[in-house]
Design a protein around this ligand. Structure first.
Ligand code: ACM
Ligand code: ZN
Length: 744
């Protein structure tokens, strides 16, 4: 994995070169409040500031002490905290800043808390203002997966601080999953003594093919869990930050760890650790109810999340017990069996005074009576559930999955799935089209999900969270009327400083230059660039590192001779984000005609017949449509160059990603040249070394040979044809992915 960019080290507020004087006045509050009216002058916060609060409300005092460290003798000025029953929304507040008094009035103490959060962003020199504010949604959530990678209690306190800072109020705690069980259950101690510890395997894909450790203390073991005491501490800490903790206990799928330890709850014929509980076995329900009986005691939240996503139905279809239950209960198919399972769990959860939440697959086969649905696969589940008058929380994966990439650059650390950039998250509409107006009220809000398959270290975790959490907070808190991407972009300049001041790592991906358009025409390459945030970009075409003395990007770059383009964004004269590097522009293959002996796969055309000679480079993501893919076939193609030239080198790149895709490096490469297109002569042949690395890997090759005249170049790259032993689809079709052929 590439190193993650460190937190910027400059904490002082300098104005970037793109802000002007009127913007200096901007309050830069994130999330944007409903209304801000500013006046002249400011309130200066210091150790002389006195804090006063409703004497009856001890919790206001605790809040103030936590958030406002000054607490001085108070000769100079005063901050007053109070609740005000005339503020309708319990989370709403009014913040009045005068030169010598600040008054925060909250609908309840929750409102006061958010007023304090806002004030915190304005200190120490808060401008005279009246700010009125209340959240758009009551559910403003963030999920953290601690199963794939565990974070100790102490880190969760920090995580909770981050949520509170962004006015989020729900921590969805994904406590169990296939790869590790993380919550102590007294009736089933082996869930944690065994189920919380796995062997570290050579393959860097721990979430595939779980093997439990022999013991927690053996060598090469990964794991951890939370004792009940630790859970109570996390819940209490969260409550002090106005955050409700919703526990998730996955069932009936995603349960490899639990079903390894307690194999008696898988279907007949299924293996221990099959990951799916038998729905036809009465004992399964007893087991899960016993577990939940301990969970409900630990969490004051009215909600218990039972997962319910991605349940493969094959085991149930084969299992005599499941089939017998289906017959007895007259269930049409396995979807109805799943619905039966969820409804039974709901009955139990309701009997304990709680409400059930599940992922949107719980709609399959019929929704349980009062279930709340988390719509993650898209909007459809949420629309359907809301129109059936069920509460819904929106989190479509193509907006708010923070395990997805946030930047389009080969230096981005390995991530899962697609591309949810800062702007994409900002545009999360929460309420989609398709919900009847009278049912919109069932959309309680939204959340972002942080799955941690690829994220083990906390600086990487924060890199994935920030700055996207800022965009999420405006999507969930701010009224649509005050949301404004241009304004948000300017405010982010201050927000990055706040992150640095708090010691929170963040990604600079939104600064990174990307190609907006690239076109090869009339012997020239024309490139336009874009960045998500508006900062100056400088570039070079001679391979040197860009500085602020290099050419500043203004609208487009035209290249008409062999070049390497390097572009970099600068903030306060310092490079930020990753560099954009496009090598081998205008090489001898650029614009050549390519003829294919074996066709590329239609689904991975890379853009068609010119894809390999257009100087556009795919990045290290299997879903990047710029890769040209060959399924089981060898790559076998011939370039017809625009004119006869002398050649001595071919640069190529291939992709491999065995952890989650079927893409492998080729076994060997052969290059032949010809001057007339008929008589070919081999100039290069090599068996390529295999790469064990299963993560996304782009391998660059240079194939050099004695200089020779050529007009035609035939290149063959031999596909391994089948996936190797150990791959989850071993024996299946191997793919070769390539992009760009450069000839010199
Ligand atoms: C999920 O992302 N499988 C809920
Ligand atoms: Zn079964």
């Amino acid at each position: 994995m590439k190193p993650i960019l460190p937190v910027a080290l400059f904490a002082t507020l300098l104005l970037s070169s793109c802000t002007n004087s009127s913007e200096k006045q901007e309050t830069a509050i994130i999330p944007e409040p409903i209304s801000i009216r500013t006046g002249n002058g400011s309130f200066h916060y210091s150790t002389q500031t006195r804090i006063e609060y409703d004497q009856q409300n001890a919790r206001l005092k605790a809040m103030a002490t936590n958030l406002l460290p000054a607490q001085g003798k108070g000769r100079e000025n005063v901050i007053l905290l109070q609740t005000d029953a005339s503020i309708e929304n319990p989370e709403g507040y009014t913040l009045r800043i005068d030169r010598d008094t600040i008054r925060i009035s909250g609908g309840t103490e929750r409102g006061v808390f958010y007023g304090l959060q806002t004030l915190n962003q304005l200190l120490p020199e808060a401008p005279v203002a009246i700010i009125e504010d209340a959240p758009r949604f009551e559910w403003r959530g963030m999920m953290l997966d601690v199963s794939r990678h565990y974070q100790p209690k102490e880190y969760l306190f920090r995580f909770i601080d981050m949520l509170a800072y962004h006015k989020l109020n729900k921590f969805h705690w994904h406590l169990t999953d296939g790869i590790g069980w993380r919550i102590e259950i007294e009736q089933y101690p082996e869930l944690t003594s065994k189920g919380a510890f796995r062997k570290i395997k050579e393959a860097k894909a721990p979430w595939i093919g779980l093997e439990l450790a022999e013991s927690p203390t053996a060598e090469n073991v990964y794991g951890g869990y939370y004792t009940k005491e630790e859970i109570r501490e996390v819940v209490a800490y969260a409550a002090s930050k106005q955050i409700e903790v919703i526990p998730e206990i996955e069932m009936p799928g995603h349960s490899e760890a639990a079903t390894f330890v307690y194999p008696e709850y898988v279907c007949s014929g299924a293996k221990a650790g099959s990951g799916i509980y038998c729905a036809g076995n009465e004992a399964t329900y007893q087991f899960l109810e016993n577990i939940l009986s301990e969970v409900v005691e630990l969490f004051p939240s009215e909600y218990i999340h039972i997962g319910g996503d991605e349940v493969g139905k094959e085991q149930w279809a084969q299992c005599p017990k499941c089939r017998a239950l289906r017959k007895k209960e007259q269930l049409k198919d396995e979807h109805e069996l799943q619905s039966y399972f969820v409804k039974r769990m709901e009955r139990y959860i309701n009997s304990r005074g709680k409400r059930l939440i599940g992922w949107d697959e719980i709609l399959e086969g019929g929704l349980a009576e009062s279930a709340t649905v988390m719509s993650w696969t898209g909007w459809e589940g949420g629309i359907k559930a809301a129109n059936a008058q069920h509460d819904v929380i929106m989190m479509p994966l193509d907006y708010v999955y923070f395990d997805h990439y946030q930047g389009y650059n080969p230096y981005e650390p390995q991530a899962w799935g697609g591309y949810n950039s800062l702007h994409r998250v900002y545009d999360f509409p929460v309420v989609p089209e398709g919900i009847l107006p009278e049912n919109v009220k069932y959309v309680k809000g939204g959340q972002a999900n942080m799955w941690t398959e690829n994220v083990s270290e906390t600086d990487h975790l924060e890199y994935m969270l920030f700055p996207r959490m800022a965009a999420l907070s405006e999507a969930l808190w701010s009224a649509t009327e005050v949301k404004d991407w241009s304004r948000f972009k300017r405010k982010m300049d201050r927000q990055f400083d706040r992150y640095a001041e708090n010691g929170w790592n963040y990604s600079e991906s939104a600064f990174t230059p990307m190609i907006e358009q690239q076109e090869y025409k009339d012997g020239k390459t024309c490139i336009t660039l874009k960045t998500e945030l508006d900062y100056p970009v400088y570039y070079t075409t001679d391979g040197t590192e860009p500085t602020t003395r290099s050419t500043r990007y203004e609208g487009k770059i035209v290249i008409d001779n062999p070049s390497t383009l390097k572009a970099r964004t600068f903030r306060r004269e310092k490079p930020v984000g990753y560099p954009l590097i496009i090598a081998d522009l205008q090489n001898k293959a650029t614009g050549a005609t390519v003829r294919y002996a074996n066709p590329y796969h239609a689904g991975y055309s890379g853009g068609g017949d010119s894809a390999l000679v257009d100087n556009r480079y795919a990045i290290h993501r299997g879903d990047d449509k710029s890769w040209q893919g060959f399924e089981r076939n060898d790559m076998d193609l011939t370039l017809e160059l625009k004119e006869p030239v002398r050649v001595s080198k071919v640069n190529m790149r291939f992709f491999q990603h065995l952890a989650i895709t079927s893409v492998m490096l080729p076994e060997s490469v052969k290059i032949e040249v010809s001057e007339n297109g008929t008589d070919f002569r081999e100039v290069y042949s090599e068996k390529l070394a295999a790469e064990k690395n299963v993560d996304g890997l782009i391998k660059n090759y240079t194939f050099a040979f004695e200089e020779t005249p050529a007009r035609f170049i035939r290149i063959q790259a031999v596909n391994p044809q089948t996936l190797p032993a150990g791959h989850r689809l071993a024996g299946g079709n191997a793919w070769v992915f390539t992009d760009e052929i450069a000839v010199h």
